[in-house]
Design a binder for this molecule. Structure first.
Ligand SMILES: Nc1ncnc2c1ncn2[C@@H]1O[C@H](COP(=O)(O)OP(=O)(O)OP(=O)(O)O)[C@@H](O)[C@H]1O
Length: 338
């Protein structure tokens, strides 16, 4: 039995999701104590419970201690059964994080799957749908599987109500070298707004145009969503290269002005553009699991986050793999899974 101290490293929900995915693929049971011990409010939140329930459903698994607030769980995997599944987070919890939990086991299953996920689609501290579709999934697809995702309805915190559909054609994962971005293809920026004054999105775009003055004038757009998909707003800046797309998000929050949110997002995008790295900080921690399951691989990233280092530690507990982070002379970091 693998025993994990959930307070170590990043100490958040990603430890739980990665452990479930790895357990389903390897057939190895695990226990976590001090679940989300690094967070102010420790223990499982609703969205983590849904993610573990989803892992249990697709993987014929059982989990002791599975309830909101629980700080210790014991997970016993079964056999992964591909097929049609519907998971609802029940709150505005992130659909993307539920997907993160079940995607890799289903990519390696012996048949195709279709998922309908309901909850938040553009949540703070989680991958927005656009990031999953255009940044993360193209790399997974390059490794072999065919995963397609469709947004049926936006869902923002706190109301939720979003819906996404994901189709998965499994394949064994092949190792890839993801170190070169390739040439710049396009730059785009979009501010989405639902059931809030459109002026918020206009101001965000105005500020981002000033900060990214070398981006083409027609790169930016404001998108008004149907009222019933709100309230919510998000700014997404996207740099598409031949081999990778980076999406930096600024999530609308009470008390943070549209201008401040835009400047922060623009500053982060500028940092990525000026680096030589393939993966931004979020893509980096998300690529570790598929690459480790592929048996190896390599990518470059900006400074590795605590999320990445913790994901590497959890992977090492389940798989006979080492993940090496090496700083390169030009400043970016090379991540090798060996
Ligand atoms: N702006 C973003 N774009 C893309 N991915 C993101 C973004 N923000 C967060 N993520 C991803 O979401 C995941 C968040 O993991 P984390 O452990 O913080 O999650 P959590 O379950 O929401 O829990 P907790 O409340 O414990 O922090 C990480 O994989 C991270 O890469």
């Amino acid at each position: 039995m693998i025993v994990i101290d959930g307070a170590e490293g990043e100490g958040g929900g990603q430890v739980v999701r990665n452990a479930c995915a790895l357990s389903l693929v390897t057939g190895r049971p695990f226990r976590i104590v001090n679940v989300r011990g690094g967070r102010e409010k420790t223990g499982l939140l609703r969205q983590h419970v849904t993610a573990i329930e989803a892992a249990c459903r697709i993987g014929g698994a059982s989990c002791e201690g599975l309830s909101v607030g629980s700080s210790a769980i014991a997970f016993t995997p079964g056999a992964v059964v591909p097929g049609e599944y519907h998971f609802s987070v029940g709150t505005a919890g992130s659909t993307g994080l539920v997907l993160q939990t079940v995607l890799m086991p289903l990519c390696l299953a012996d048949g195709s799957s279709r998922l309908l996920l309901e909850g938040g689609t553009h949540n703070l501290l989680a991958p927005p749908f656009d990031f999953i579709k255009r940044s993360f999934l193209p790399i997974v697809n390059r490794m072999g599987p065919r995963v397609t995702a469709r947004l049926l309805r936006h869902g923002f915190f706190p109301r939720g109500g979003g819906r996404i559909e994901v189709e998965i054609e499994p394949a064994s994962l092949r190792q890839i070298d993801a170190t070169a971005r390739g040439a710049l293809v396009a730059r785009r920026g979009a501010a989405l707004v639902a059931a809030l004054p459109v002026d918020i999105a206009d101001r965000a775009i105005g500020a981002v145009r000033t900060s990214l003055s070398d981006w083409p004038a027609d790169a930016f757009a404001v998108r008004e969503l149907p009222e019933d998909q709100g309230p919510g707003t998000i700014l997404m800046l996207e740099a598409e290269y031949e081999h990778v797309t980076e999406i930096v998000s600024g999530f609308g929050k009470l008390g943070v002005s549209a201008e401040r949110l835009a400047h922060t997002a623009a500053h982060r995008m500028r940092g990525y553009e000026q680096s030589n790295a393939f993966a931004g900080p979020y893509l980096a921690d998300q690529l570790l699991l598929p690459m480790a399951l592929a048996g190896g691989g390599c990518f470059t990233t900006v400074k590795p986050s605590q999320h990445s280092r913790t994901a590497a530690d959890i992977i090492a507990l389940f798989l006979d793999r080492q993940i090496v982070f090496e700083q390169q002379p030009a400043g970016e970091h090379r991540v090798r899974i060996v």
